[in-house]
Ligand binder design. Sequence first.
Ligand code: NAP
Length: 485
Amino acid sequence: MTTEIIPVDDFDLVIFGGTGDLAKRKILPALYRRMCAGQMPRTARIIAAARSDYTNVQFREFVRESIESFAKSKACGTDLIGTFLKCISYVKIDALGDEGWDALKNTLRKDVVQAYYFSVAPRLFGPIAQNLKQRKIAGRDARIVVEKPFGRDLKSAQELNQVLGTCFHEDQIFRIDHYLGKETVQNLMALRFGNALFEPLWNEQHVDHIQITVAESLGVEGRGGYYDKSGAMRDMVQNHIMQLLCLTAMEPPSQFDAADVRDEKLKVIRALDPVSPDDIIRGQYVGAEESQGYLAQSGNSDSNTESFVALKVGISNWRWNGTPFYLRTGKKLRHRMSEIVIVFKDPPHSIFPEADDLKGNILTIRLQPDEGIELTMTIKEPGPGKMRLTQVPLDMSFAEALADKVENMPDAYERLIMDVIRGNQTLFMRGDEVEAAWGWVDPIIAMWDAKQDVKIKPYDIGGSGPDDALMLMHRDGRKWREIAP
Ligand code: NAP
């Protein structure tokens, strides 16, 4: 099986923050890999913009190092680096100043797709948008890509939407959440809406509960100061986990297009119940030595910011009323692992006297590290004798089933950047969606802020979070899945 690669139209992509960490580790390598795959035209141009002094030649060296460190794979060696570097140029621009904008304007072509990637601190999103508009650099067809975080609460998200909205139309704004670019996330939609098997069962009558876990093995590393002002709720739940929840819970859109998919996601967010304080557990990791713990690593010994959060969430609509969604995310957990688990109800009656209890089927959609889908089924234990039953997984690891394709499988940034060039917003968040998500998260954070004396639960590095998070499910007679690789 070979994948048909359809090249995108010729484009000029300006990366504001082209010298930064994200550009170096993700955006530039993603573009290089798309060139290797034959999807990025060799005539396309990438213009990096930042304040540092670089000549084109010096910046191309920066790009070469980025590719050599972060883009190589079996399918994409270094043969095309020279060709790729010819597409690269650098413009010195201070987003808050006057320098460089004319040079940028003169560099751009009018007859190709124009996209502007805002890979800079959020406080610069507004000024860059305004400069592009007021200096008549970006036209009606241009696209802007806005990185996360999109606001830190409803008010700031509304303000940002408002500023961007005065400069660009909604169909020009691509709010990126790289989780939506993951292969399995899209496969979740294929699984649900491309097979007749699951959809009739995908509701409160047949599903006992749903678990969504995004576990990280790393801590705050060098980002302690930034993270401490954010916490797991803002950093992961409001965006990534909310998106996974929406795609799992939404009604079938009438078409797989941006408007319909995003309308359905928005309806889910609007149907989310407020969360009761008893249904939220916050945690902070502690190490064997003080220096390993969150307090030391965040640089704030009094910090009351959560590096772990677990919640039980309800959705008030016909499909999900009464089916809890358990969400959890945290740093310094046992393994890096993200998955969505649909736990179906137990069979209503057992006809097998030897079987202790018949367990419900479990459908697991693994996002990382090893993308794939697994369904546990009950079968007869092989061999003569009594009718003993056992549960076995029907496992479809993409790495095994589609070995040749997996090697070339685009990562989330590759897919999403190509979607920007194609003008396809299906996998990007709409302004009202982001605001609705903040509207649900804000009261939870306000509740914590009002109860500063309620201390966050400590949890050991390398575990599965605070014991109270386990209790969140135990008290309902349920159990979290193991955080395993
Ligand atoms: P970073 O390493 O600090 O890079 C910031 C970039 O902005 C640099 O290229 C910097 O270059 C440029 N810059 C700073 N002030 C500027 C100004 N006044 N005018 C023009 N350029 C300016 O940050 P990053 O990690 O790449 O993150 C960029 C954005 O992506 C942030 O919004 C971040 O939240 C988001 N993000 C990052 C990651 C990640 O893995 N890094 C993941 C998800 C989201 P000069 O200093 O040369 O101007």
